[in-house]
Ligand binder design. Sequence first.
Ligand SMILES: Cc1cc2nc3c(=O)[nH]c(=O)nc-3n(C[C@H](O)[C@H](O)[C@H](O)COP(=O)(O)OP(=O)(O)OC[C@H]3O[C@@H](n4cnc5c(N)ncnc54)[C@H](O)[C@@H]3O)c2cc1C
Length: 378
Amino acid sequence: MSLLVHKALVVGGGPAGLTAAIALLRVGAEVDVVELALDDRIFGSELLLSSPNLRALDAIGVAESVVAEGIPIDTLELQTADGAEVARVPIPNVAREGLPPSVGITRRAFYSTLYNAASAAGAKIHHETTVESLVDVDHQVQATLTNGTSPIYDLVVGADGWMSTVRRLRFPNASLPQYAGQCVWRGRIPRRDRTKGLFRGMAGDGKDVGMISVSEEHCYVMCLVAQPKPERIDPASFTVTFKEMLAEFGGDVEWARDHIEEGTVSVAALHWHVMDKPWHDGRVVLIGDAAHTTTPQIGYGAGLAVEDAVVLGEMVAAADGDDLASTLNKFVDRRYERCKLVVEASTQISRWQQGLDGGNSRQAQLTDETWAALAQPM
Ligand SMILES: Cc1cc2nc3c(=O)[nH]c(=O)nc-3n(C[C@H](O)[C@H](O)[C@H](O)COP(=O)(O)OP(=O)(O)OC[C@H]3O[C@@H](n4cnc5c(N)ncnc54)[C@H](O)[C@@H]3O)c2cc1C
């Protein structure tokens, strides 16, 4: 039982928030989660959960159920734009024996698994609810919620993503996420080769294509492309536009292009951000994308979000003799450089992919260096 946190509010029920709920429940806190969405049906891009992420999920006992919902992936296959194989790179495994080096999974399956684990552990999850204000009262925080209640908490965790309301309420002068100059187009395709995991094909004109198996039936194909923000693109033309974008590719990407499922294509503008320290104000702390948002080149935004939450739970549990302020200070100190490293490496690779800063000859090296750093304890 944590002596510091008897009752916590987690704002946001994504990877950071649901993991934080599980981690805080494990150390004996009561946890309320408020989530804007209607229910646990989450849509959006699919995910690759890498080995350090599975290691973090394992620390709170949910790695195996997450792995059971996804497709284990152990090799990165690199191809040229016309489909010729360049290399097959084994993905390193830093998690314990029995867990795969990485897992492709639908966002919905990942969130649902965390949601079920948080609910089973006792989290009270309030949908279609958010915070209107967070006011310090004595040694606690009073949260005015949109469901008409104003409960009091020992700790408030802002895990409400890159457009964070908690950040706006408690850190009004914080820097904000910046557009990275790239968009990502994604679409779902059937899984043709059940053994095929993940690969990336590359073309010379600033497009970077990847495919990830995410379920027994489906893969998804994504293309990173330098372009202005896509507000002016009509969603009705997404599938046609995406197919045109992939026209120059051969091999597996050509097959994927011909099998993109109508109505599954989406496009997102990529943003990056690392908030300056501190990420906490009194008893309110930001984690996940609310504190640091990354472009997906390293594929570790959800990994950082999960790690933040697990480390927060560990540090609250171990805060023998510390007050909450110094525990949160140490938490942010422990997380800051690791999160900054991923955001900066991802943003640099994004810039190289856009032909900026002298091309991308160091892309593989920077990716390897970043993964080597992430293999170290979180
Ligand atoms: C195209 C793309 C591909 C990616 N691929 C990968 C990948 O393969 N692997 C990986 O590790 N990462 C990947 N990421 C990054 C990853 O998606 C994010 O880093 C991760 O989702 C962050 O988790 P989070 O919980 O901090 O925020 P979010 O996932 O954004 O969750 C925030 C939650 O808070 C809720 N919310 C928002 N505002 C409020 C509010 N005011 N009140 C209550 N609730 C609120 C939202 O509804 C949401 O449920 C990718 C990102 C993109 C854009």
